[in-house]
Design a protein around this ligand. Structure first.
Ligand code: 6PG
Length: 223
C-alpha cells in the first residue's frame, strides 16, 4: 500500500474535515476535487455539505474520477449522487466537469479536458469488495491503459459491477496532488487487507501518488 493510513471513528466526518482543512489552506484560491461514486462517497459528500456551509464553493472545480455510462439524472449516475449529496446543498459551486457518456467519444473528450487542466488537488477514491477503485476493475482493460491516457472507457469483465464506465487511469490518480481513499465497514476488510498486503491483483494496491491518505474505520480494519 502506498501512502499513509489512518483509522478513524467516522470515515465521512474525517473525509469532510480533511477536505475542509485543505480548502482552508488554499485561502480562497482555485481548488479542484475529483468525486467518487458509491455509498461511502455519498456519506462523505453529505458530511461535507453539513460542515461546509461557510465554504466559498465558487472557487472549487468539480471533476469525476469515474462514471457509469448512464444519463446524468439516472439513479446510478455518480454525477446525480454528487448533485444530491453536495451540489444541491451548498451555494454556488464552481465549474463542473461531469463525465457525460451521452457525448460521442466521451472518454476521449474527458481525456483532453484533463490534459488541458492544472493538476487536480484532491481525487477521492473508494474501495470495492473486489479490490477495485474508481472503475478500475480486476482483470479489466483500463488497468493497462496506454501510457499518457488519462480517461478511458472500461467494463468489469467479471460482471460484478454494472454498466460500461468512464474512469481515471492510474496515471491520472498519480498526477493529482492528493488522493484520499475512504474505506468503511466489515465488508471491505478482505479487500483492504489485500491492499495492505500488496496483492497486485487488487487494483487499489496500485493507487499511488505524491500524497495518498487512506481513511479507514475499525470495522474495515478488523482486529
Ligand atoms: C463507483 C465508485 C466505486 C466505489 C466503490 C466503493 O462508481 O461505483 O466509484 O469505485 O467507490 O465501489 O463503493 P461503496 O462505498 O458503495 O462500497
Amino acid at each position: 500500500m502506498n501512502g499513509s493510513l489512518v483509522v478513524v471513528d467516522d470515515v465521512a466526518v474525517a473525509f469532510a474535515d480533511l477536505v475542509l482543512n485543505r480548502l482552508e489552506a488554499a485561502e480562497g484560491g482555485q481548488f479542484s476535487v475529483a468525486f467518487s461514486g458509491g455509498s461511502t462517497a455519498r456519506d462523505c459528500y453529505e458530511a461535507l455539505a453539513d460542515s461546509g456551509d461557510s465554504v466559498d464553493w465558487s472557487s472549487v472545480t468539480g471533476w469525476w474520477g469515474d462514471e457509469r455510462c448512464v444519463p446524468l439524472d439516472d439513479p446510478d449516475s455518480n454525477y446525480r449522487l454528487v448533485r444530491e449529496a453536495l451540489l444541491s446543498r451548498v451555494h454556488a459551486f464552481g465549474a463542473l466537469h461531469p463525465m457525460d457518456s451521452a457525448e460521442p467519444d466521451a472518454a476521449d473528450r474527458y481525456d483532453r479536458l484533463l490534459r488541458d487542466a492544472p493538476p487536480i488537488d484532491i481525487v477521492h477514491l473508494g474501495l470495492g469488495p473486489d479490490g477495485h477503485t474508481a472503475s478500475l476493475f480486476p482483470e479489466s482493460e483500463a488497468l493497462t491503459a496506454p501510457e499518457g491516457r488519462l480517461a478511458v472507457y472500461n467494463t468489469d469483465p467479471l460482471g460484478t459491477n454494472p454498466h460500461r464506465r468512464i474512469t481515471f487511469t492510474f496515471e491520472t490518480i498519480r498526477m493529482c496532488r492528493t488522493a484520499i481513499v475512504t474505506v468503511a465497514g466489515a465488508a471491505k476488510r478482505e479487500a483492504l487487507h489485500r491492499v495492505l498486503d500488496g496483492d497486485p491483483s487488487a487494483p487499489a494496491s496500485h493507487i499511488d501518488g505524491r500524497d495518498v491518505i487512506w481513511l479507514v474505520d475499525a470495522d474495515a480494519m478488523g482486529s
